[in-house]
Design a protein around this ligand. Structure first.
Ligand code: PLP
Length: 388
């Protein structure tokens, strides 16, 4: 059970919907990740876009993780929450001049550069500031992450990374650019990757590219293999913490690194997903011609993942029924005027009545951060486990 008796009393009096962050689970997850990475001398940057709730960021920062940002504002936010600039990476296919200037001003760890044109722009803007920008080249390794097509990023057809055919040109630019400091290579092939073989394949590709660059006389200090490690959305109680040991061990085993080469990771989802839950109230129950609907007070405006990429979240009733009843199949939907505003079809639950609380599990990553005010919805609320 997510809440004990006294917490449940508090929760029943709270205005719904709201995100509930389990700070103990977050702590335990971060501890496991930092232990497994540190003993291999790996560097982990937390992908801020997964969840930038203040206290979540503070906790992550307090464990010594760096930050992986995809916008100028994420960089500023990370600095504000105490992440040191020299642990901040900056990725994204569309970095604006203003965002690049912010990153240069703060001397971040690296730009993960996604095109030859971007290299030229960073060089120009750095020259104007009298700075030298640290750059890693994001390479698109053409690996199938075997995940949903909307969260695959490392295939030739995706917009991310420098296409292989442009890499020689990128090296030419690096050779003459006075305000760029080449530090290494960056890869990120997708998200919610649960087949760990995919990461082994990534290692083999990284080794190949590393050799290719070294043969061309470039010295590589940083190998950044990105993030993408998946979590168990089906069984959040059985697997609340990802097996970080197994994950990092793959890279330890298959990545060829020289003594002076650093290995960097950018984990988002795996660090925060299971620590977030979305609590909601049943507004109406309705039996259609073929379906039983539960209409919640939470919608795609608070949790977009199901509507955006057909993501599955486990949904549970918070309280037991006084008398055990048979389980009923429900389509669980939100109040937003879109047919894609649904959280689950044919979900089996004990009978649910108007007013019953439901909880949508594993919502800590790409949840609160994607909330919108479409339909002029109220701003999303959240509460931390140590507050109730
Ligand atoms: C989103 C993103 C990540 C984190 O992905 P997860 O699947 O949440 O681990 C890492 N690196 C880059 C460049 C990203 O865009």
């Amino acid at each position: 059970m997510l809440f004990d008796e006294s917490q449940l009393m508090t929760v029943k009096g709270m205005q719904t919907p709201f995100y509930y962050y389990d700070m103990n689970l977050l702590e335990a997850t971060l501890k496991a990740a930092s232990e497994a990475s540190q003993k291999r001398d790996f560097h982990v940057h937390y992908a801020v876009k997964a969840n930038f709730n203040d206290r979540v960021l503070q906790k992550i920062q307090s464990h010594g993780f760096g930050a992986d940002c995809v916008s100028g504002n994420e960089i500023l936010k990370s600095l504000e929450q105490g992440f040191p600039a020299n642990k901040i990476t900056f990725a994204g296919v569309g970095k604006s001049d203003k965002e690049i200037q912010i990153a240069l001003e703060h001397d971040i760890f690296t730009f993960n550069v996604e095109s030859v044109q971007e290299l030229e722009v960073i060089n120009e803007l750095a020259a104007l500031q009298g700075k030298v920008g640290n750059v890693a080249l994001r390479i698109n390794p053409n690996i199938d992450a075997k995940t949903h097509k909307y969260i695959t990023t490392g295939l030739d057809e995706n917009k991310f990374g420098i296409p292989a055919k442009d890499l020689s040109r990128a090296i030419k630019v690096l050779e003459t650019a006075e305000n760029l400091n080449f530090v290494g290579l960056h890869f990120h092939i997708g998200s919610q990757i649960t087949d760990l073989n995919v990461f082994k394949n990534l290692c083999l590709k990284v080794n190949q590219w590393k050799n290719w660059f070294e043969e061309k006389g470039l010295s590589i200090k940083v190998l950044n293999v990105g993030g993408g490690l998946g979590v168990d959305y089906n069984f959040p109680d059985e697997n609340p913490i990802v097996d970080f040991e197994r994950y990092f061990e793959i890279f330890d085993q298959f990545l060829e690194r020289r003594e002076n080469q650093e290995v960097h990771f950018e984990l988002g989802r795996a660090l925060v997903a299971q620590s977030g839950n979305l609590v909601s109230k049943t507004l109406y129950t309705k039996s259609g011609a073929q379906k039983n609907f539960l209409i919640l007070d939470v919608g795609m405006t608070e949790l977009l993942r199901p509507a955006l990429y057909q993501a599955y979240h486990k949904i549970e009733k918070l309280e037991k029924n006084p008398v055990e009843s048979e389980r009923i199949k429900y389509d669980i939907v939100g109040p937003i005027c879109e047919s894609s505003d649904a959280f689950g079809r044919n979900v089996e639950l004990p009978e649910v009545k108007r007013g019953d609380l439901l909880v949508i599990r594993s919502a800590g990553a790409y949840g609160e951060v994607m909330a919108s005010t479409y339909n002029l919805r109220e701003e999303i609320r959240y509460v931390y486990s140590d507050e109730i």
